[in-house]
Design a protein around this ligand. Structure first.
Ligand SMILES: C[S@@+](CC[C@H](N)C(=O)[O-])C[C@H]1O[C@@H](n2cnc3c(N)ncnc32)[C@H](O)[C@@H]1O
Length: 262
């Protein structure tokens, strides 16, 4: 990152007092970042990729093991009006944000497991938020608390969650904070969770922070889903640590989502 870019990032944070804690954490992390840690990150990415390639199974295997229907009709087919509105809203959004998670699996797990209390990290346009809220409405009850801190300098605050129509927002709380501050708040608001979806900061340390907090809040039999798990070995290490059944599901070539059952 050039000096000018670093100064612009610093100025962006300084204009947002609610993010001072995150700024401090990031500056401290930069100071301890060495060539060793860069090498370590590269090794972890290779390990993460390899582990996912060895473990990957079709989503139907997970659904079968949970005794749920293996057919996963597209959300677009089940909720065409909301889907079309979401696309129109995202197309009108002037900033490009992070891509969607594994929406069909997320939706059908929320439906099949009849979840009521859900926490997610990482909203961006709000595709995963939309999937969960549509499922909760179809279930007839439930709440979602989402945590999202916009990417520095993107100036996309006004557009976070733009895919979520007004009619679905009564079940939703959006906490506009970094995970380190917002996740404890989201969990405190909902109590014991049925399902947690992690799709925010992809670093090893932040994943581990989020996974541990979410895992502790899940009920026995609850589900921890995580996106882009091939980025590093955090998900693989966490799965080994908790030693519970895990599924690695394909998203795109070389791109995977993980599901752990508590
Ligand atoms: C990949 S996008 C989420 C996509 C979303 N789940 C979906 O399916 O549409 C990641 C989001 O996480 C946010 N984010 C990144 N780091 C974060 C952190 N430390 N705390 C909270 N949010 C963060 C980003 O600003 C971005 O909005």
């Amino acid at each position: 990152m050039s000096v000018a870019s670093k100064v612009a990032t610093l100025a962006w944070y300084l204009r947002r007092p609610s993010l001072y804690g995150e700024l401090f954490r990031r500056v401290r992390a930069m100071r301890v970042s060495t060539s060793n840690s860069v090498e370590k990150a590269k090794r972890e990415k290779v390990e993460g990729q390899r582990w996912c390639e060895q473990q990957v199974v079709p989503a139907a295997r997970l659904l079968e093991s949970l005794q749920l229907p293996t057919a996963t009709p597209a959300i677009e087919t089940l909720h065409p009006t909301e889907w079309a509105e979401a696309h129109a809203a995202v197309n009108a959004c002037p900033v490009k944000m992070g891509g969607p998670a594994n929406l069909e699996v997320l939706y059908h797990l929320c439906r099949g497991m009849k979840v009521e209390r859900v926490v997610e990290t990482g909203v961006a346009n709000g595709w995963s938020t939309l999937a969960v809220l549509l499922a909760l409405r179809a279930n007839g009850e439930g709440r979602l608390a989402s945590v999202d801190m916009p990417y520095a300098k993107m100036n996309n605050e006004a557009w976070v969650g733009c895919a979520v129509p007004q009619a679905l927002r009564d079940r939703w709380t959006l906490i506009r904070k970094p995970d380190r501050d917002g996740l404890p708040e989201a969990i405190a608001a909902l109590g014991t969770l049925d399902l947690a979806h992690y799709d925010s900061d992809k670093s090893y340390e932040d994943r581990m922070f989020g996974y541990h907090l979410l895992w502790a809040a899940l009920r026995p039999g609850g589900l921890l889903l995580s996106d882009d798990i091939e980025d590093n070995s955090a998900y693989a290490d966490f799965a080994k640590e908790v030693s519970r059944p895990t599924w690695v599901l394909p998203k795109k070539p070389g791109n995977y989502a993980g599901v752990l059952i508590k």
